[in-house]
Design a protein around this ligand. Structure first.
Ligand code: TGC
Ligand code: FAD
Length: 385
């Protein structure tokens, strides 16, 4: 993979080993079949188990709970390699790691950690994360899903929409307001009565990933299924910090894949008796792609060192997620043009990456929302309300 500023020199031997193991996994298990599954709108069979086997689930969770006990740089590199294969693969790993394992580890009881984390880390359980609702996307704090006391437990009522892996999940970490208006995290199991997960069909983006709703019709939740250690929006938003950080790396992987395909094609394809790579306009596209990829790589590498030292602010993570996903989408659009008509077919990955990135630029906080987070940080004034 392209590394114009020798970022590899900033990695340890262990980081390089982990990155290369995931790269080999993607080359072997994902690249040969991803176009087929994306075209068919089907997820790769046994994907979560395969991701578990290769150590891509909960890498930053301690080993005793089924993670790998690695740092955030390793997590970032894993996300980069997975998304070079397809954003759907990175999505599966980042939801499981950052949005399901992270909250159970950070806010769960010891019993909850032991019950769920090893199975999630091995990919034996598939997890989902329910925050977005039909009427509340960018403004999740206004959620309507309710958790009301009932005997020794609670009743969960409401619905979540646009949820990755909802139709195939075994467990879901769901956020709801309780009778005191506090935001609580709840672990919902598929077998619970009144819980259903209809699929969202006909997506043009992330076609190798299942998306759906989480519907709760007065689902009875025993009190042991409520996460005890958080009672505010800090809960879900902390999960998002971890996932957004990973996405900042993942987007680089998708961008590099597009750039490398475009560069190779430009050198091989001849028009007017010359390779199209010899034309200044094509060189400008390729040089600008590489420049933007390099800037994004440096941004995420620095963010990793900050996060490893517990110093990365949510606002810095927002900036990296916003910049790198936008960069990747621009690279994909330019790369597609370099390929001319060939850019639209599944023989090449570019159009698939481009369509995926249209979701990535929206989920985990839209491009606009992340800009406003930066705006609030530098002015001290919230433009949300
Ligand atoms: P605001 O009043 O600013 O804050 C409410 C409370 O939350 C705290 N907080 C944070 N804590 C940790 N990390 C963060 N990033 C935090 N941001 C805020 C804050 O300190 C406060 O705490 P407290 O104790 O004082 O109550 O909140 P707001 O209601 O004005 O909204 C702020 C806003 C817009 C930034 C936030 O709501 C937001 O980020 N909106 C975007 C929503 C979003 O990103 N949704 C993602 C859903 S999950 C998803 O998309 C998964 S895709 C999966 C895949 O397939 O990869
Ligand atoms: P809206 O909030 O309705 O926004 C629409 C437009 O208005 C956007 O351009 C937005 O930037 C703009 N806007 C909103 N508020 C403001 C403002 N104050 N100022 C300026 N502009 C504003 N969610 C989960 O909880 N779990 C998941 O697993 C999950 N997976 C997803 C998978 C996919 C494929 C997709 C597409 C989405 C997923 N989401 C998930 C939902 C995602 O997080 C939301 O789509 C996202 O937060 C935006 O919400 P919305 O779509 O309701 O857009």
């Amino acid at each position: 993979m392209v590394d114009y500023f020798k970022i590899e020199d900033l990695l340890s031997a262990e980081h390089i080993l982990i990155r290369d193991a995931i790269r080999d996994f993607v080359n072997l298990e994902i690249r040969p079949e991803i176009d087929h599954f994306a075209q068919e709108h089907k997820e790769i069979p046994n994907l979560m188990k395969k991701l578990g086997e290769v150590g891509a689930l909960g890498p930053f969770i301690p080993q005793e709970y089924g993670g790998a006990g690695l740092d955030y740089l390793a997590y970032g590199l894993i996300m980069q390699e997975l998304e070079a294969g397809d954003s759907a693969i990175r999505s599966a790993a980042s939801v499981q790691s950052s949005l399901v394992m992270y909250p159970i580890y950070s806010f769960g009881s010891e019993e909850q950690r032991k019950k769920y984390l090893p199975a999630l880390g091995a990919g034996e359980f598939i997890g989902a994360f329910g925050l977005t609702e039909p009427n509340h996307g960018s403004d999740p704090g206004s959620m309507e899903t309710r958790l009301t006391p009932d005997g020794d437990g609670f009743r969960l009522h409401g619905s979540k929409m646009w949820i990755t892996n909802a139709p195939i999940c075994d467990v879901a970490v769901v956020w709801a307001r309780d009778h005191e208006d506090k935001v609580r995290g709840v672990i919902v199991e598929r077998k619970m009565e009144g819980f259903s997960t209809p699929e969202t069909l006909n997506k043009w983006s992330l076609r190798a990933s299942k998306t759906g709703e989480l519907v709760f019709d007065q689902v009875y939740i025993p009190k042991e299924y409520v996460l005890p250690h958080v009672q505010s929006m800090r809960g879900p938003l902390s999960c998002l910090n971890s996932a957004r950080y990973g996405i900042s790396w993942g987007a680089i992987g998708a961008a590099i894949d597009c750039y490398e395909v475009a560069l190779k094609y430009a050198k091989e394809r001849e028009q007017f008796g010359k390779p199209i790579a010899s034309f200044q306009l094509q060189q400008k596209k390729l040089a600008e792609m590489l420049t933007e990829i390099t800037k994004a790589q440096l941004l995420s590498w620095r963010l990793a060192t900050l996060r490893n030292n517990d110093q990365a602010s949510p606002q810095q993570i927002s900036m990296a997620k916003r910049n790198n996903v936008h960069m990747a989408l621009q690279v994909a659009r330019e790369a597609r043009q370099v390929l001319g008509a060939m850019g639209i077919v599944g023989d090449y990955p570019i159009m698939r990456h481009m369509m995926n990135l249209e979701s990535v630029i929206t989920y985990e906080g839209t491009h606009d929302v992340h800009l406003l987070i930066t705006g609030q940080d530098i002015t001290g004034i919230s433009a949300f309300q």
